[in-house]
Design a protein around this ligand. Structure first.
Ligand code: SF4
Length: 333
């Protein structure tokens, strides 16, 4: 769902907040539902079992209650939940979360939500363009708790411009008091498509400043609070060249994150900017980075298929057109 209430200054995802695009959301959801049905039929014809469903963004909870119901009804009608291990709805922006929306999600089988403060400093939230308050985060988190999801994830970012060790450690302390089952600690980075691109020297010091200390603190505090690290990845252009770490309480590991990182499961993705990863199951070892099959050099064990990147392109790609049909025939192979 490539739409958010406002665009965070560091955002590098395909996500928009313009009124024109927001007005296209109903058409977008209708198209998404049709693509979902068609993709699910491919999954069934291939005899595959779905292990996780992940609705990400952007901010899926920007949808109205009726559109969220429509989307989740479609998921429920075309995907066999009997093999499902996890069903996540990103609810990253607390300013889009309501009791009714989370209740709809829970009633449709969602068992994991992601509610992200990034920082618990109101001043910093406004500086990074998030324009929600810490109170909104606490309220959304409390609502999710009352509704009773199996796991709540919360993201924080170390090394935000203007942040320091004192602020970060306070944020982390308050978050661990709430005890989300998953805590994802990102290191701030400036990507090409973010509005901070080109201002790196102004917004952060390459040596990382306090960031290493913040990450050390998050690690110590997370261990003390009985979290353990279960996945890690690195991006380019992070402050101090540090990494991103997913922490979890035992038994609450986010399976989708593991499957994405390991690259040994196929991922079927729909929507603008969605990237499908088809893993050749006879070459799972190679897909995970172990050795290679000398007979098949030049033929990667993972095939990636891209849906049109931008929402307008996605809506403009007519169903039945050559491009559209080519996509689905490649999906079937
Ligand atoms: S909430 Fe996430 S996807 Fe949306 S603008 Fe901010 S960083 Fe980007």
């Amino acid at each position: 769902m490539p739409v958010c209430p406002t665009r965070c200054s560091y955002c590098s995802f395909v996500s928009y907040s313009t009124p024109k695009l927001i007005s296209l959301i109903p058409d977008y959801v209708s198209r998404l539902c049709r693509d979902l049905e068609r993709t699910a039929s491919v999954i069934r014809r291939k005899g595959l079992r779905v292990r996780t469903v992940y609705i990400g963004g952007g901010t899926p909870t920007i949808l109205s209650e009726s559109l969220l119901s429509k989307l989740l009804d479609t998921v429920a009608s075309c995907i066999d939940f009997s093999s499902l291990e996890e069903y996540t709805l990103e609810s990253g922006r607390p300013d889009t979360v309501t009791y009714e929306k989370l209740k709809i999600a829970r009633d449709h089988g969602v068992d994991r939500v992601s509610i992200n403060p990034q920082t618990l400093s109101d001043e910093l939230l406004s500086e990074i363009g998030r324009y929600h308050t810490t109170d909104q985060f606490y309220s959304a988190f409390d609502t999710a708790r009352k509704i009773g999801f199996k796991s709540i994830n919360s993201d924080v970012i170390a090394g935000l411009p203007g942040d320091n060790f004192y602020n970060f450690s306070k944020t982390f302390d308050k978050l661990t008091e709430l005890a989300p089952e998953n805590l994802t600690v990102h290191t701030f980075c400036v990507k090409r498509s973010s509005s901070l691109n080109g201002q790196e020297e102004k917004v952060f010091s390459r040596d990382g400043g306090d960031t290493g200390k913040c990450l050390d603190y998050s690690q110590l505090r997370a261990y003390v609070e009985s979290y353990y690290p279960y996945y890690m990845y690195r991006q380019k252009n992070t402050v101090g060249n540090y990494e991103n770490v997913g922490w979890t309480k035992p038994g609450h590991e986010g399976y989708y994150n593991i499957y994405m990182m390991e690259e040994i499961h196929s991922i079927y993705a729909v929507g603008a900017g969605a990237v499908t990863k088809l893993v050749d199951q006879s070459r799972r070892g190679e897909a995970a980075g172990f050795g290679h099959n000398s007979d098949r050099i030049g033929e990667p064990p993972i095939k990636r298929l891209f849906m049109p990147k931008y929402p307008y392109e996605y809506l403009d790609c007519d169903e039945g057109s050559e491009q559209y049909e080519r996509f689905f025939s490649q999906l079937m192979n």
